[in-house]
Design a protein around this ligand. Structure first.
Ligand SMILES: Cc1cc2nc3c(=O)[nH]c(=O)nc-3n(C[C@H](O)[C@H](O)[C@H](O)COP(=O)(O)O)c2cc1C
Length: 389
């Protein structure tokens, strides 16, 4: 686990940083905090100190500790994250001003930096501030988590709100991993499709969409760009990246094939219905009589797309079976030109955990047993990263 130095600066959003500290500590990281003088006008050092396990430093410590605290902290940290980051501190980093403990530490520090800006929209959109942002992003490799759009401290709606604490914690970890999916666009499909029988009835399956939710989250935790194509689910889709909602297998196929050009990795975790009714009834079917419905196969999305797969693109599929899982998975991998297939047993459907295996295009198989889907998603994304190399 990592050593994370959090810089808290003088934004009204600074109270939310206390939650970020907790999330990071809960994930097993060691956290130390520097509070700027302006930040300690919003929250007291005592309050922050009481809610965390690690050490907290202020500008008073900078001047009274009798040692080069800024050098010690710069050497200690694996990552420095500034949450929230004011426009003032952003500009100071850009121009290498070192007039307090936080900025002096940053000047002596060589590792990765994340900033989570929070300010009024007018301040964020100020051309001078945007200049600073662009410079820090492009020439200094600083990672920006947010800002988000939403209701600001002033009560107005705009861009400049502090990114959600969960997402900041995810981004801090993505930066720690070295952003292995930086500039890689990953499309994840998940949820189940529904094929209408009549205006009120459908044929579908019991997929929860959890696997795709965790995969989407993992894509962000590895620094990727995310597109989610989501069918029906019993969960709220993961709230980052682009989200396109679809209902039927045909709609899913249309969306995926339309956007395939901008995608480097396609992960088809959706439980696409294999059948659709031959005939769709316009009016609701009446009860009381026997009913025979005949079905035809739906579009085989991965099979259709395998023909237009570009060189360098990577396709990941899922196989869910009640029998002959490994044989079926091998056939699917081959027939659909997949780079990786996740074989899982039907017990995974609707469950938080899954058992099965990953099988890659070189025939390497890696089994997993009753693994939480969050951990399985990480395993899959790590495999994707290694296959992209
Ligand atoms: C009530 C209040 C709220 C503020 N909120 C913000 C803010 O959200 N973002 C920001 O960039 N500056 C904000 N400021 C201005 C900063 O506190 C000010 O620029 C300060 O010098 C920042 O110091 P620091 O970057 O060393 O923490 C706010 C000031 C006040 C009085």
């Amino acid at each position: 686990m990592a050593k994370i130095l959090l810089g808290l600066t003088g934004s009204v959003a600074v109270y939310k940083s206390l939650n970020v500290i907790r999330l990071l500590e809960r994930r097993g990281h060691e956290v130390k905090v520097i509070l700027t003088s302006s930040a300690s006008k919003f929250i007291t050092p005592l309050m922050a100190k009481s809610l965390m396990k690690g050490e907290l430093f202020t500008d008073e410590d900078f001047w009274t500790s009798g040692k080069s605290l800024h050098i010690e902290l710069a050497k200690w940290a694996d990552e420095i994250a500034i949450v929230p980051c004011t426009s003032n501190t952003l500009s100071k980093i850009r121009y290498s001003i070192a007039d307090n403990l936080l900025t002096a530490t940053l000047q002596a520090y060589k590792g990765p930096i994340l900033v989570a800006p929070a300010m009024h929209e007018e301040m964020w959109l100020n051309p001078e501030v945007q200049d600073v942002v662009q410079h820090l992003r492009e020439f200094r490799g600083v990672f920006f988590s947010g800002p988000a759009r939403g209701i600001l401290a002033s009560g107005e709606t705009g861009c400049g709100r502090l990114q959600s604490e969960e997402f900041i914690a995810e981004d801090i970890e993505a930066v720690l991993r070295g952003l292995p999916l930086k500039n890689v666009t990953v499309m994840v499909t998940y949820g189940r499709t529904e094929e209408p029988i009549d205006p009120v009835r459908v044929i579908t399956n019991r997929s929860s969409g959890l696997m795709g939710y965790y995969l989407s989250k993992a894509v962000m935790e590895y620094g990727g760009n995310l597109i989610q194509v989501v069918g029906e689910t019993s969960i709220i889709p993961y709230g980052r990246g682009e989200i396109v909602k679809v209902r039927t297998a045909r709609e899913m196929f249309d969306v995926v094939s339309d956007q395939l050009d901008k995608v480097k990795v396609l992960i088809m975790a959706a439980a696409v219905s294999d059948f659709e009714p031959q005939e769709k009834y316009e009016a609701k079917l009446k009860k009381g009589k026997d009913l025979m419905i005949s079905f035809k196969p739906t579009v085989d999305i991965l099979h259709e797309l395998s023909g237009s797969k570009r060189g360098g693109q990577l396709f990941v599929g899922f196989a869910l079976e009640t029998e002959n899982l490994e044989r079926n998975a091998r056939e699917k991998l081959e027939n659909k030109k997949l780079d990786l297939i996740v074989g899982n047993f039907a017990t995974a459907m609707g469950s938080e955990r899954s058992s099965g295996f990953l099988l890659d295009r070189d025939g390497v198989i890696e089994k997993f047993d009753e693994l939480h889907k969050d951990q399985l998603a990480h395993k899959i994304i790590e495999k994707v990263v290694s296959l992209l190399k």
